[in-house]
Design a protein around this ligand. Structure first.
Ligand SMILES: [Zn+2]
Length: 105
């Protein structure tokens, strides 16, 4: 997705942070520049499938990812630590409630 914005670091016309390409409005129709950013876009895109595969096959990776996400959810008051610990047990992580509480501490 290409986003026209003036919020581009000084000295740059565009940059890519998958799945977005940010480009200064005056460079929006610079197709060569967009092609340049599309190279970065394609290079970055493989990281997402790798993340998904790791998430699916590795309990350790999945636990770490969910602990980071639930920690944030707790921080913003969405759930309690106890609720998050219960939720963590439904990710096929093979962990006990006690271990889940410990991970979220
Ligand atoms: Zn570049």
């Amino acid at each position: 997705m290409i986003i026209s914005t003036k919020l581009i670091p000084r000295g740059f016309s565009a940059f890519c942070l998958w799945p977005f390409i940010f480009v200064r409005p005056e460079f929006r129709s610079d197709t060569a520049l967009i092609e340049h950013e599309l190279v970065h876009y394609r290079e970055q895109a493989w990281i997402t499938p790798v993340w998904v595969i790791l998430y699916l096959v590795s309990r350790k990776f999945r636990l770490a990812a969910e602990v980071r996400a639930y920690t944030r959810q707790i921080e913003v008051g969405g759930v309690t630590r106890e609720q998050a610990a219960h939720a963590l047990m439904s990710y096929r992580l093979g962990i006990s409630y006690g271990k889940a509480m410990q991970e979220l501490a």
